[in-house]
Design a protein around this ligand. Structure first.
Ligand SMILES: [Zn+2]
Length: 256
């Protein structure tokens, strides 16, 4: 990205942020569960990487502001009346299955009483920079959750019906055959999905799917099209994190 377009992107971010602050003054407090979408927790030289320091600040902020991290399964159970949601629930997710989710993010989350869900590319387990099977088993032993991010990290909407089915079914079975807990959720790679992939999830014992569409989630939200909040490298530190949380609230209220 050139310098000029970078500044334009920053400008656009602040316009949305300022609008969000303005609108939030006239709407009631948030109702619905935010789902945060992280990738790497490593250096801060990549858009998709949040530094250890920034991530810790964010977890600390959530704790100090009364948020309780829940799993996606707990959210699904709450919808059926089998789990009581805490006062300010939040779901923390990581896409792609990088090993730093385990080595760096997990200890920080635990320090602040948080937990998270990692979406695994089933065929990447144990490859360089990705989580190993042992790490995934220990992740679960720490009360963290595992979901599918397909077998090969492909945009589902571009595939044939057979390929879609293969990615959705094989990834779930691969993870379960390796001895991991039953997989109930999928994060759509690149936010790419269509009606057919949604139907395939339903037919193959998934309880939900996660998009990249911004907003909060209520019991009325289609569980196969859950909203998430992208959490890139925050160029403006904690202020940016707070504004991103706020933006989800506003998007939900405006029905965007
Ligand atoms: Zn991905």
């Amino acid at each position: 990205m050139g310098l000029k377009s970078k500044f334009m992107a920053l400008g656009a971010f602040f316009v949305v942020a300022i609008a969000a602050v303005g609108i939030s003054c006239v709407v009631a407090p948030e109702k619905g569960v935010p789902v945060l979408a992280y990738h790497m927790i490593a250096g801060d030289d990549d858009t998709y990487s949040v530094s250890e320091v920034n991530f810790e600040q964010q977890m600390q902020y959530l704790k100090e502001n009364g948020y309780t991290a829940i799993s996606l399964l707990e959210f699904a159970k709450a919808k059926k009346g089998k789990f009581t949601l805490p006062e300010k629930p939040i779901i923390i997710t990581f896409d792609d299955g990088y090993d730093n989710n385990y080595t760096t993010a997990m200890p920080i989350m635990e320090r602040y009483g948080m937990k998270g869900t990692v979406f695994i590319i089933a065929n990447n387990i144990g490859k360089e920079d990705y989580l190993t099977l042992e790490q995934l088993k220990d992740w679960q032993a720490h009360n963290m959750e595992i979901g599918s991010h397909t077998a090969n990290h492909v945009p589902l909407a571009t595939l044939t019906s057979d390929q879609k089915k293969e990615e959705i079914v094989a990834s779930k079975l691969l993870l379960e055959w390796k001895g991991l807990n039953t997989v109930f959720f999928m994060a759509y790679p690149f936010g790419s999905f269509d009606a057919e992939s949604e139907q395939l999830l339903k037919e193959n014992d998934y309880l939900g799917g996660l998009t990249g569409k911004s907003g909060l989630n209520t019991f009325d939200t289609n569980p196969y099209l859950l909203h998430r909040l992208n959490m890139p490298n925050p160029k403006f530190g904690l202020t940016e994190f707070k504004l991103r949380l706020l933006k989800a609230n506003v998007y939900t209220r405006l029905g965007l």
